[in-house]
Design a protein around this ligand. Structure first.
Ligand SMILES: Cc1ncc(COP(=O)(O)O)c(C=O)c1O
Length: 377
């Protein structure tokens, strides 16, 4: 299993100590203050105990209401929703619940680095299917169909995607649902970036006709609410799957952190302007960043979601590893070679779309609270 992080970047970082452009998957905003305050209030009032294994009922209700309002995806908070310690735990849980040893899971790549290891940890075999830069990394259901065998148990897809920023077209997702129906497969849908879509709305896989009974939805608070360190996410799934996921969760994690769950209640029940402001800022910076990349001669599609750009580096004549290493040593800019995310990522590199550095610890550095650059960085 490869270590997380790109080894040349880690070595260089240790040697040179400078800050680099790439911070893996991390929003560069502080958690909105109203949410942090809810966490502080929870601590002050002694909410430092376990919660029920499935998580706070109020939080499950809010998550299900949010899914119904935004995407017309309907889940019962009592039997079909589980609060997890981030999507990371949710992914691990559901794969352990769904897979028997040797079951195959189709994983369109390039994809988030945890997908294949989590399938393997659950005793399954990840089966990569390629997607193409030229097609905006849209999944081709015919290519997926060709990879289905009698051992195939599930298709695992993330949209919007890390690291490509691709948003799967609705037709591609509908094609996957049809395949799942034909071959009796599960669909595991990582929608952690659902709120970070820029061109058009998000299509929730669980809301597509025919999908609900075979779809496991994963979501969380890390990205849109800038809550990575709070470790809170959720799984919504048909009751039979959710019940088994709660069972594994109760023996391995017991529950997600109580304080974080209360902060997440505030995230979903309070005013939404802070999320909207962050999304608007990511959107603006994504366009600035892509424009800059194009000006340097790199061909880069505008990412439709998340906060990553995935330019082609073919014009450099270098493979993605060499490109990333040379950029690191010559310019002290860290990007991740696209090949790290699967063979279809060769000829590309991944970078977060954040061309300027902002203070994400505004309270500790003493700045005024406007999102001004931090003098301490
Ligand atoms: C696609 C994707 N899924 C899941 C995760 C992990 O999310 P969490 O912080 O909720 O565990 C990440 C983090 O970068 C991600 O990019």
């Amino acid at each position: 299993m490869p270590a997380v992080g790109h080894p040349p970047v880690l070595r260089h970082r240790r040697r040179d100590g400078r800050r680099h452009l790439a911070r893996v998957g991390e929003p560069d905003f502080a958690t909105p203050w109203r949410i942090t305050e809810a966490g502080i209030y929870a601590l002050e009032h002694g909410h430092t105990t376990y919660t029920s294994n499935a998580g706070l009922p109020r939080l499950r209700e809010l998550i299900c209401e949010d899914l119904a309002t935004r995407y017309a995806a309907r889940y019962d908070p009592g039997t079909e929703c589980l609060i997890t310690t981030g999507v990371s735990e949710g992914l691990d849980l559901v794969l352990r619940v769904l897979l028997n040893p040797g079951d195959e899971v189709i994983v369109p790549e390039p994809c988030y680095v945890a997908y294949e290891p989590c399938v393997a940890f659950a005793g399954g075999t990840p089966v990569r299917v390629p997607t193409r830069w030229e097609d905006g990394f849209a999944v081709d259901p015919d290519v997926v169909a060709a990879a289905i065998t009698p051992r195939t148990k599930a298709i695992l897809v993330g949209s919007p995607a890390n690291p490509t920023g691709a948003v799967q077209p609705r037709e591609a997702l509908e094609g996957l649902v049809r395949l799942a129906e034909q071959h009796d497969l599960y669909l595991v849908s990582d929608e952690i970036y659902a709120r970070l879509t820029y061109a058009g709305g998000h299509t929730c896989l669980g809301a597509l006709p025919g999908a609900r009974e075979r779809t496991v939805l994963l979501g969380g608070f890390s990205k849109a609410h800038a809550m990575t360190g709070w470790r809170v996410g959720w799984v919504c799934a048909p009751a039979a799957v959710a019940e088994l996921a709660v069972r594994v969760h109760q023996y391995t994690m017991l529950c997600a952190p109580h304080v974080s769950q209360l902060a997440a209640v505030e995230a979903l029940s309070g005013p939404d302007d802070d999320v909207a402001a962050m999304v608007a800022d990511y959107d603006r910076r994504r366009r600035v960043f892509v424009k800059g990349l194009r000006e340097t001669g790199l061909d880069c599609p505008e990412p439709e979601g998340a906060f990553y750009a995935f330019p082609s580096i073919r014009s450099s004549g270098l493979d993605s590893e060499t490109f990333a290493e040379r950029l690191l040593h010559a310019e002290h800019v860290a990007v991740v070679p696209g090949s790290v995310f699967g063979p279809s990522g060769e000829g590309t590199c991944a970078a977060p779309t954040r061309p300027r550095c902002r203070c994400w610890r505004r309270r500790s550095c003493g700045s005024t609270g406007s999102w001004a650059p931090c003098a301490r960085r």
